[in-house]
Ligand binder design. Structure first.
Ligand code: NAP
Ligand code: ZN
Ligand code: ZN
Length: 348
């Protein structure tokens, strides 16, 4: 049996998203059903629905920054109850058996995690995301939202928050670390806030100085425009860790040159086309180039609790579902301050 819920979905790579309905399974013994109250708009939603990461099956409701309140739990569920404040991020299942899953890094499941939208669910249907009124998810993939974090602010933490928290932790950002963040969008502004909360020295590298006041208010110590060639001369060899959150191709050589000896540039942005990497800047200072994909369930819970304790909240613009297409255009124009969050009340 299924339940029909309202949603906003893409019907092709080029058409605007439109209101429709999708089906949710009835909760099984290990499932948590919840009303979605807010869903963030991640740039990955846009890459996906436009087919930039490969062909997808339409209609598809995106959304993997989901926050809401539990309405029903399966008979075997003990960790959650009706009324709990919960969230779901980028995946809703994984194999649970591989070394990554056993290590709590379900995001690196060797058989492939089950994405929150556009993936094949265990019942063979296509998963549908958070731009909708309700969702049913296995309890092992549901997060608990600390009481101190409002649900609208919690939503972006489920992707933008964990995607930036995880590499900051993995590369041990702290008081002695010089961190640069490329791109001050949804991920970038969370990276600045989280790195600052961890005590790191933070520099924003944005296309222009337009958002400088914001960047410094969010916790950056310094702010530079990458459109100014002087930036790359002045900051050469200055950083231990660089998080690249840009959704488009960059000249990697320029940015690798900003790392100190043994420094690491972590690619978080996922542009459609490959980027070329000159090797000389890597060789010269034994620099590292890596990537990082969201984070596991345990680390996501740790991040939510960290944000609850350290008062870290995203800067959001709450919108109604009928504004989603305009919001997409504004994200593409780097005109987002700093995450659009859909109030899904009208879809419930
Ligand atoms: P976003 O809000 O659009 O932020 C991206 C920022 O990059 C923009 O605000 C802009 O910042 C900068 N930018 C955009 N186009 C640029 C260009 N042509 N040249 C230089 N800078 C440019 O996007 P987001 O939601 O943060 O996502 C960023 C990327 O990360 C996307 O590719 C997304 O798919 C990916 N992502 C990856 C993961 C992961 O697990 N690795 C998770 C979530 C998202 P300024 O205006 O400050 O320059
Ligand atoms: Zn995302
Ligand atoms: Zn696995």
């Amino acid at each position: 049996m299924t339940t029909t819920v309202s949603a906003y979905a893409a019907t092709s790579a080029t058409e605007p998203l439109a209101k429709t309905t999708i089906e949710r399974r009835d909760p099984g013994p290990h499932d948590v059903a919840f009303d979605i109250h807010f869903a963030g708009i991640c740039h990955s939603d846009i890459h996906t629905v436009k087919g930039e990461w490969g062909q997808i099956d339409y209609p598809l409701a995106p959304g993997h920054e989901i926050a809401g309140i539990v309405t029903a739990v399966g008979a075997e569920v003990t960790a959650f109850k009706v009324g709990d404040r919960v969230g779901v991020g980028c995946f809703v299942d994984s194999c649970r058996e591989c070394s990554s899953c056993l290590a709590g890094e379900e995001n690196y499941c060797k058989r492939g995690m089950v994405g929150t939208y556009g993936a094949v669910d265990r019942d063979g249907t296509q998963t549908q995301g958070g731009y909708s009124g309700a969702i049913v998810v296995d309890e092992n993939y549901v997060l608990r939202i600390p009481d101190s974090i409002p649900l609208d602010a919690a939503a972006p933490l489920l992707c933008a928050g964990i995607t930036t928290y995880s590499p900051l932790r993995h590369w041990s950002a702290g008081p002695d670390t010089r961190v640069a963040v490329i791109g001050l969008g949804g991920l970038g502004h969370m990276a600045v806030k989280l790195a600052h909360a961890m005590g790191a020295n933070v520099t924003v590298l944005s296309q222009s100085l337009k958002k400088m006041e914001d960047g410094l208010r969010l916790g950056a110590n310094e702010y530079y425009a990458t459109s100014d060639p002087e930036t790359f001369k002045k900051l050469a060899g200055s950083f231990d860790l660089i998080l690249n959150t840009v959704s488009a191709n960059l000249d990697m050589g320029d940015y690798l040159g900003l790392l100190d000896v043994d420094g690491t540039l972590v690619e978080l942005g996922a542009p459609e086309r490959p980027m070329s990497v000159p090797v000389m800047p890597l060789l010269g200072m034994r620099r590292n180039l890596s990537g990082s994909l969201i984070g596991g369930i345990a680390e996501t819970q740790e991040m939510l609790d960290f944000c609850g304790e350290h008062d870290v909240r995203p800067e959001i613009e709450v919108i109604q579902p009928d504004y989603i297409n305009e919001a997409y255009e504004r994200v593409l124009a780097s005109d987002v301050r700093y995450r659009f969050v859909i109030d899904t009340a009208s879809l419930r």
